[in-house]
Design a protein around this ligand. Sequence first.
Ligand code: AHR
Length: 492
Amino acid sequence: MKQFKMLVNTNDKIGHINRELYGHFSEHLGRCIYNGIYVGENSEIPNIHGIRKDMIEAFKNIKMPVLRWPGGCFADEYHWKDGIGDKATRKKMINTNWGGVVEDNSFGTHEFMELCELVGCEPYISGNVGSGTVRELSEWIEYMNFDGMSPMADLRRTNGREKPWKLKYLGIGNENWGCGGNMTPEYYADVYKQFATFCKDYGDNKLTKIACGANCNDYNWTEVMMKKLGQNGFWQAKGLGVHYYSVPEWNSKGFATKFNEDEYYRLISTVNYTETLLTRHTEIMNRYDPEGKVALVLDEWGTWFEVEEGTNPGFLYQQNTMRDAIVAAISLNIFNRHSKRLKMANLAQVCNVLQAIVLTEGEKMIKTPTYHVFDLFKEHQEGECVYCYTENENMREGKDAPMISSSASVKDDVLTITLANCSLEEDAEISCDLYGVEAKNVSARILTEEVHAHNTFEQPENVFIKDYTASLEGQKLRVKLPACSVVEVTIR
Ligand code: AHR
């Protein structure tokens, strides 16, 4: 068993962990919305106005803070007026990005907003910039947010919703360097300003407008946006995005459940690259905005493998193993440590697509190992991230793959430490000195299995959270981490 020394100092606060760092993303893609979250009012699967009840409960349990919709690439082809009013007459369109299937628009603004209300999370809407108009987006905001008398507010009332929803998070386009219009950053910055100008604040509701950000390490995109969106301390955006997916290699993505050790460690190293990415984008933003008025928003992240055999290649359906759990733990620990600038992150995607937290088959729904990591980490939400240092060890020569991943936060005098042992071979024992807290009680929970282990519709609880033991000797915490495990420690 390898020994690791660790130190947590609760007097040293690093950043406030906005609950939105634990956000999710839902797109009209494959079975994320239809036959996923939304089964329709006439389904035999228990539902509220077509939204699966088991899913609402699952999302509430992990305190889902925010949900992004309707895309993704789909967002820049989505015309919101097609998705309101009588469902029988809603326009049918082709989803050109994802499998060329027919989109019948039965899940639209009202349905999405109801989903968010049922879950208790903030909606985050990506507006159509690529193929939409300024007027269209401006009217969508009026439809959702205006309380008075106006054409759009009246239309909303005609469609059965008296009070506005008060949308807060608005993305102005998605991946406008690619599927959202193939724009240069210079051009997009101007387009952003034009669209943003006409997305008004109504009443006391203030929009948090989020500009499309860089693809992974396109630092020039961030540089140009920061240069063009601010002037004399006034910023036209409150957030700037970035997207990053972890894959062993883009030309050979590998499979979700079939992989060897080498692929595992390669993937872990690409996940750790998130640290470099966030650091470098933050450095650029710090130069232009030292006061931190513009948040960094990682509005798409997660693993991307080949689709499951026999499924539509355009549906991006993949299983989810303990490997994904380790990926999620490393990522969320990194997000906590970057919480000073990073204020939202959305896992792609919430259901049946990419690194999903739930998978469905007919009436069955299973929670994936990634879901359980969100459960283990949920107490970090709205906490203060505190200094946490581990004497670490790299698992592979020349690769950025530290064996132990960690972060710590304090909220209401409770210290939460989350740890992952990313090694597939060696157990670890952590001996952690605690400063700044009077540690009296400790409890722990663990997620651990062989790295390929996953939940199936026949065996939905192959991977699940168990109670665990950690010990306190005065101000020293001791906890063992089996190989391939994620642990939450709570100290009161
Ligand atoms: O999440 C799948 C796709 O990945 C999204 O539609 C797009 O924004 C990104 O390229």
